[in-house]
Design a binder for this molecule. Structure first.
Ligand code: 0GY
Length: 309
């Protein structure tokens, strides 16, 4: 039992997820998920903006097996700040089946970076979502991007759609100065009530077209959707309003997309998704076996397990 008290209104992750009807291709990677604590073993960071429920590595690996994934990419959650122990411990105990994305400060030593690498870390996350983190200056981020380049790591960037214009130069600098790949979380969080061919999403697509180093996770329909999880009839997807956005990204950038469950789904207060239903969302956005293989196997393997590809 951890001594931490959950943020009021916080929903626990979905126990007993359904068995997906969509059969994942062999070797599929859940490329965006987290562990929380457990708080008694890995305390949450003092500077955190929320206190989650516990979500251990054993529970994550059980979900992986239940859904039919082969591997995980565990992304450092902001509730752990730059203390990467829970995430690194999960990677180190995965039998080589999990890689990680850390949060680091500029003050991190080369030795600490090497230790994270040995545990399985292959990237760092830059977070611009104001409700989740305090501000970090761009020159510090760029410095970190340069430091991780020799390790063959990449950068994961999380921002809201309104922040995109301000991040244009950073993405270019990450590419031109640091020479590393930048993966955007959740398609830059588009407002899906706006048209998929409207100016806001066009800007995101242009961002990807102009920056050959930028990848996107086509994840988190449950965060983006206004329609919600209810399918109107059997053939229609849950979270159907997100489908055209994710399809556009997958079809235009098939070699630069990733997918993940986002388990245990931080900060959801209205609706907690059934992870089995999330897997069933995949064939609605990656509509051919070839696209599914790229999204779920070939792309994440290239980024996180390049030595095996
Ligand atoms: C996500 C999204 C969120 C949170 C975090 O690290 C985090 O706390 O990533 C969010 O609240 O939108 O990708 O899990």
């Amino acid at each position: 039992m951890s001594e931490f008290t959950k943020t009021p209104g916080w929903l626990d992750w979905y126990a007993g997820p359904s068995q997906p009807r969509f059969q994942l291709p062999p070797g599929a990677v859940d490329a965006h998920c987290h562990v929380f604590g457990p708080g008694a073993e890995f305390p949450f960071a003092p500077e955190r903006k929320y206190t989650p429920c516990d979500a251990s590595k054993a529970q994550l690996f059980a979900l992986r097996d239940h859904l039919g994934f082969a591997r995980n990419v565990i992304v450092q959650a902001t509730c752990h700040g730059a203390d990467n122990r829970a995430m690194a411990d999960a990677c180190a105990h995965s039998g080589g089946r999990a890689r990680g994305v850390a949060t680091v400060k500029r003050s991190i030593s080369d030795r600490e970076l090497q230790e994270l690498h040995a545990a399985g870390v292959r990237g760092v996350r830059f977070n611009f979502v104001k409700r989740l983190v305090d501000f970090t200056p761009k020159d510090e981020l760029l410095d970190i991007a340069r430091r991780i380049k020799p390790l063959g790591w990449h950068v994961v960037i999380y921002f809201e759609a309104v922040e995109l214009a301000g991040l244009w130069d950073l993405a270019a600098a990450v590419h031109d100065d640091a020479g590393v790949t930048a993966v955007v979380d959740h398609m830059g969080r588009p407002d899906v009530t706006k048209p998929v061919d409207g100016p806001e999403f066009a800007l995101f697509l242009r961002f990807m077209h102009e920056h050959a180093n930028v990848w996107s996770k086509v994840s988190c329909p449950e965060r983006l959707s206004v329609a919600g999880p209810r399918a109107l009839h059997g053939e229609q997807a849950a979270y159907r309003d997100v489908v055209p956005f994710a399809r556009a990204v997958i079809e235009q950038f098939a070699e630069r997309v990733l997918w993940g469950t986002d388990w245990p789904h931080p900060n959801l207060k209205d609706h907690m998704p059934d992870d089995g239903l999330l897997v069933d969302f995949i064939p609605h956005i990656a509509t051919t076996a070839a696209l599914q293989h790229q999204l779920l196997v070939a792309n994440p393997m290239r980024l996180y397990w390049p030595e095996e590809t």
